[in-house]
Design a protein around this ligand. Structure first.
Ligand code: HEM
Length: 135
């Protein structure tokens, strides 16, 4: 039986494993390597903080993920195919390494953040319903 996610070392492990898959992925890899030209040394520790904040309630992460992905979407459209692939790789990574309450929790959280991101990106600005201000 696999162990559950318990501490920072576990977060480091799944983040590193996930982005190794992402980097060479035929569907989304190029967005990270060619479009955003991600500096992994800088990105990975940010992601450790992000997931530690979510899983263990520590206020470590300082960033603005929505803004980052909005901007990225202007360079390269992030649609359903890309988000589905992201989720697939994330769930696959967690299932390979862990099982238990937090493992289930992190997949749920990742899934709902991904869905929300996708929704917000595609419902912004021009597609937003304009409501007249109340006089
Ligand atoms: C198709 C899906 C996605 C793509 C292609 C993508 C790509 C990227 C890229 C290129 C960056 C910038 C890295 C850098 O330049 O340092 C980034 C940052 C980030 N991503 Fe994603 N991402 C995706 C989905 C997600 C999802 C679903 C989450 C959360 C569950 C997420 C969380 C983050 C966070 C926390 C950052 C750092 C933001 C910051 O610096 O403030 N991403 N992503």
């Amino acid at each position: 039986m696999k162990k559950d996610i318990e501490e920072k070392e576990d977060v480091i492990k799944f983040v590193n494993t996930f982005y190794k898959k992402v980097e060479t992925d035929p569907i989304i890899g190029y967005i990270f390597t060619d479009i955003a030209k991600v500096n992994w040394q800088y990105h990975l520790p940010k992601m450790y903080d992000f997931w530690e904040s979510i899983l263990f309630g520590k206020a470590l992460f300082k960033g603005n993920p929505m803004e980052v992905h909005f901007k990225l979407n202007q360079k390269q459209s992030l649609g359903l195919e890309e988000f589905n692939r992201w989720k697939e790789l994330f769930f696959e990574t967690i299932d390979e390494l862990f099982e238990g309450e937090l493992a289930t929790e992190v997949k749920k959280k990742a899934g709902s953040i991904a869905d929300l991101m996708h929704f917000k990106i595609h419902s912004s600005a021009h597609t937003q319903i304009k409501v007249k201000p109340i006089e």
